[in-house]
Write a protein that binds this ligand. Sequence first.
Ligand code: BTN
Length: 246
Amino acid sequence: MSLGSEIIFVKNLTSTNSHAIQLLSLKKLKEGTVIQTNYQSAGRGQPGNRWESEDGKNLLFSLILYPSKIKPDEQFIVSMAISLGITDFLHRYIPAASIKWPNDIYVNSDKIAGILIESSVMGSDIEYLIAGIGLNVNQEIFKGNAPNPVSMKKITGSDYIVNDCLTGLVACIDRRYNRILSGEFNKIKEDYNSRLFRNMDWFEFRDQEGIYTGKIREVTDSGTLIIEKRSGIKIEYSFKEVEFIL
Ligand code: BTN
């Protein structure tokens, strides 16, 4: 499987994920097709959030996947592979890049990339999976209300050719995705857990009961996060049930 052999580029879109869903409703696209744009008028983030990106400065694309051997309740493994692919790519320039559970890409305490995975399930199978990726490349000023955006340029001081980043990044995702296709789930899970933001020490977290100090233990196969409290009690969280205190 070689991802990125077909690239559909449209100068302006509402959202590459929305465009992908629309195209898939009309015809089947080849696995690994990339839908890329320079500007999104309604870029979508995690539910309730927008994704801000200055025209032509960053990477904005969606990748079409058909992970037919993966069941809907195992699909977090794809999210793990994508997060690993992005950090593999970033490590060439920014060794500090890490994965903030579940799938934000961070450098120190700032967010450099976001992933929006949307899938369609038919019966007990994944019909398609769209991995929407926004990587901040050359943008220097962020005007939206995202709390802590950063870009490759802001960190390294260098300008990058956005399309070279696309080629490099898709190749890194391809390597990780092929590992899951060949059944190497354990390697992906191990690498994902070892690359997690704040996985080595005690940090503050907030849940519905308040702020406490805890240590990340692991992310489970279904994508829940297990944090151990100082008392030794382990708590399992779904997305949005716990917040990192940055
Ligand atoms: C997040 O909130 O962290 C997820 C952000 C995902 C943004 C990307 S940009 C390309 C693709 N199209 C969208 O509308 N969103 C994703």
